[in-house]
Every structure is written in structure tokens, then in C-alpha cells.
Write a protein that binds this ligand. Structure first.
Ligand SMILES: C[S@@+](CC[C@H](N)C(=O)[O-])C[C@H]1O[C@@H](n2cnc3c(N)ncnc32)[C@H](O)[C@@H]1O
Length: 214
């Protein structure tokens, strides 16, 4: 795969035009070995750094059991491990992305699973779940939040990134409100909107959402 900005940008379109989870996994599988370099040099992706700043505020205990949902190549886990978090589990749709995550030596375990389907974790397995760049168009759907709530212990934290447009138009607003109305989680903070792709001319804005499970 090439490295010009146009090629970089078309890679995102190529990923987002996948027709189903099988095709999406295949495309991430093919991207896996070049993903870190592309995201860093090509896009200037700052999603993981931004997430970890917020995460440390809400999940200060380094022994917390943490799920990185849609961990990809483990960029978020690597940063958390550098900050002293030790009990990290990675989960992702793509086996090859998880192979890259394994190389980072940040995770206790890596599991291939699909957000949107039932997850093979017991209720209340985790103190915190972090999911960055995953709850979005053509990726993990709003319904996958039900399972993230189920597997997080009461009082635990769920932190994720979401584009404001996807929140409004992608069914997330309704799902997030439903979970709050049902008393299953409580909103703690929404970050200001920010540009997470700092090296491409992109009007894509992101926010970090933080909830406590009740
Ligand atoms: C843009 S990457 C983000 C990876 C990582 N969180 C980061 O910040 O670099 C999106 C990741 O979500 C995974 N993914 C997409 N849809 C998924 C789903 N339904 N269930 C689990 N993982 C999914 C992809 O395989 C990919 O690794």
C-alpha cells in the first residue's frame, strides 16, 4: 500500500466501504502490519493519546482490569502499559490486528470477538472498558454498547471516542439515552470536540465520552 496523503485517505474509505464484518476483518487483516506507521506518519492519529489522558483521570488504579475493545494493533494498550496499567485485555474483530497488538507486550490476553454480537465475557468482568476509533460507521454498532455495559462491573467506567455526527445520525444518541433512562449507566463527562487526525485536511471531529456503569 502506498503512502501519499491521498492514498492514506482512500484507505479509510476502502475500510469504511466494507459490506459486512467478514470483509471489514479481511481489510483490517491486510492493513495490520502497516497500520501503526500509516496512522502516525500519514494521519497523525491522536485518538489513543487523548483517550489515555481522560482514562487516567477516571481510572486511577493501575491494577484495574481493563478491556480495550477494538484494540486494533494495541496503540491504546501500549500507552496504558507505559502509564503502569498491567491488567489489560485486548479484543478485536481482526486476528492480524491482534497479532500486532501481541507484539507490544502490553496485554495479558488478546481475543478475537465481534462487537455487536454477544461477547464471551462474564457479567461485570472488567473495572473499565476503553474503545477508541471503533464505535463508528461500518464498525461497532450502537447495540454493542449493551454488551460493554453488561461486562463492566457496577461503578466501573466505559470510555469511548465518537464523532458528533455519528452520535447524532448513527443511532448512538438513542442507544446512549436508552441506557441512561434504564438506569444502566450514568454520563460523567463529554470532552470538547477535537480533530484527532492532525496530519490530514479533514473536518472529522471526535469527542471522548465517559460513563459510569450503575
Ligand atoms: C480505527 S481502528 C482503531 C484501533 C485502536 N483502538 C486505535 O485507537 O488505534 C478500528 C478497530 O476496530 C476493529 N473493529 C471494527 N469493527 C469491530 C467490531 N464490530 N468488533 C470488534 N472490533 C471491531 C477493527 O478491526 C480495528 O482494529
Amino acid at each position: 500500500m502506498g503512502n501519499t496523503l491521498t492514498e492514506q485517505y482512500s484507505k479509510v474509505q476502502w475500510i469504511c466501504s466494507s459490506h459486512d464484518n467478514r470483509e471489514l476483518a479481511e481489510r483490517y487483516d491486510r492493513w495490520a502490519t502497516e497500520y501503526d506507521a500509516d496512522l502516525d506518519k500519514g494521519y497523525g492519529w491522536t485518538g489513543p493519546e487523548r483517550a489515555v489522558e481522560y482514562f487516567m483521570r477516571y481510572v486511577p488504579l493501575r491494577k484495574s482490569m481493563i478491556l480495550d475493545a477494538g484494540a486494533g494493533t494495541g496503540l491504546v494498550g501500549s500507552l496504558l502499559a507505559k502509564e503502569g496499567y498491567r491488567n489489560l485485555v485486548a479484543m478485536d474483530l481482526s486476528e492480524r490486528m491482534l497479532d500486532e497488538a501481541r507484539k507490544k507486550n502490553a496485554y495479558l490476553e488478546c481475543h478475537q470477538m465481534v462487537m455487536g454480537d454477544p461477547l464471551a465475557y462474564e457479567n461485570a468482568s472488567f473495572d473499565a472498558v476503553v474503545s477508541i476509533g471503533v464505535l463508528t460507521v461500518g464498525h461497532a454498532p450502537p447495540g454493542s454498547l449493551d454488551e460493554l455495559v453488561r461486562i463492566t462491573r457496577p461503578g466501573g467506567c466505559i470510555l469511548f471516542s465518537l464523532r458528533p455526527k455519528v452520535y447524532r445520525d448513527g443511532g448512538f444518541k438513542e442507544k446512549q439515552n436508552q441506557l441512561e433512562t434504564e438506569g444502566r449507566w450514568k454520563l460523567v463527562e463529554i470532552s470538547p470536540e477535537y480533530r484527532a487526525l492532525t496530519r490530514v485536511e479533514s473536518d472529522l471531529l471526535y469527542q471522548i465520552w465517559i460513563y459510569h456503569v450503575t
